[in-house]
Design a protein around this ligand. Structure first.
Ligand code: TRP
Length: 343
């Protein structure tokens, strides 16, 4: 029997949500609701792979939840919860630690970037992070995963893990009624403009919460004045705007601003360039500031409103966790049977 389609994705509660998180992830999550059953997780277990202040972690968990809701995710039709409330994630991650190979994890570029020169001092959790991410998706037998471009390698690892589990346990899975393997091979959904939003000060670097310059990013809670100011100060190059996407090649700042505009306007880069081709950056920037204030401003306002009632956010998370647990527990029962654990 075919595995039903299901979307799963997650955002880390590590603070300072910005336009990159919104366009690369949260806005896309909201768009998938019409076509799929969706589970959107606030991945607090992933967050603690690097030190988090406990009070800030709870605050940031509520803030990501508020961003999901403010972006239009319907928490009654779909599932929104924080990862640590459903134990199946950590349980399946352990099994996956035993399925994934050291060689596979050694290839993960994000670990290399994050651990940097101090590899010996990185947490073990940071190293096995991709196994937990595979468990997040597969504990619900998720089939489609909207993510930013930087998570592509982790998704490929999740597919390798699902595949190896299916092969290693083929006979046992067949006996448990799953002759085609228990896990689907989840597919990344990385499409449209601005899948990777870059710094406004340096088109070669990703927009990041940890960039020392606040001018490099648009925070979801920035007010209209700071949004307009940051767009005005965004780095450009000396040429005008091209009328074809080819003209953006090797012009990372131009490509970034055009991509952001297209994503906010829900149009293609081609459509944006047919409007702005031949224009000056100042024209694009004026229009970009307007559309950003119009689209991001209300999301930030709604986030602030929701954050005024943390009890309500916690209630939504615990309700989502309860519904997620039903699905995860049922799947973990089958996984345990397949692996040979006595239940
Ligand atoms: N690693 C993802 C990120 O940093 C967050 C994440 C955790 C995730 N688990 C996931 C994304 C499962 C998609 C599916 O962006």
């Amino acid at each position: 029997m075919a595995i039903p389609e299901r979307v799963f994705s997650g955002v880390q509660p590590t603070g300072n949500l910005h336009l990159g998180n919104y366009l690369g992830a949260i806005k896309r999550f909201a768009e998938m609701q019409a076509d799929y059953d969706c589970i959107y997780c606030v991945v607090d277990l992933h967050a603690i792979t690097v030190w988090q202040d406990p009070a800030e972690l709870s605050h940031n968990t509520r803030e990501v939840t508020a961003a999901y809701i403010a972006a239009g995710i319907d928490t009654t039709k779909h599932i929104v919860f924080n990862q640590s409330q459903v134990s199946g994630h950590a349980e399946l991650a352990w099994i996956f630690n035993c399925v994934a190979r050291m060689g596979w994890l050694n290839r993960m570029t994000q670990f290399k970037e994050k651990a940097g020169k101090h590899k010996e001092n990185a947490s073990v959790g940071l190293y096995t992070y991709p196994d937990l991410m595979a468990a997040d998706i597969l504990v619900y037998r998720g089939t489609h995963v909207p993510v930013g471009d930087d998570q592509k390698q982790h998704l490929e690892l999740a597919r390798d893990i699902a595949q190896k589990f299916n092969v290693d346990f083929a006979e046992s899975a067949t006996n448990a009624g799953h002759p085609d393997g228990f896990f689907p091979l989840p597919e990344p959904l990385i499409t449209g403009p601005a899948t990777r939003v870059m710094s406004l000060r340096d088109g070669a670097r990703k927009m990041s919460k940890s960039d020392p310059s606040d001018l490099s990013r648009i925070n979801m809670t920035d007010d209209a004045d700071s949004i307009a100011k940051k767009v005005r100060k965004a780095k450009t190059d000396p040429d005008g705007l091209p009328s074809e996407p080819k003209g953006l090649e090797a012009r990372p700042e131009a490509e970034n601003l055009v991509g952001i505009y297209a994503a906010l306007a829900n149009e293609t880069v081609e459509a944006t360039l047919s409007q702005f081709g031949g224009a000056q950056f100042s024209d694009l920037k004026g229009a970009l500031a307007d559309i950003m204030v119009a689209k991001v401003g209300p999301v930030g306002d709604e986030m602030r409103r929701l954050m005024d009632d943390p009890g309500e956010i916690d209630r939504i998370l615990s309700d989502g966790a309860e519904r997620a647990r039903v699905l995860a527990d049922a799947n973990m029962n089958v996984v345990k049977e397949i692996v040979g654990f006595i239940r």
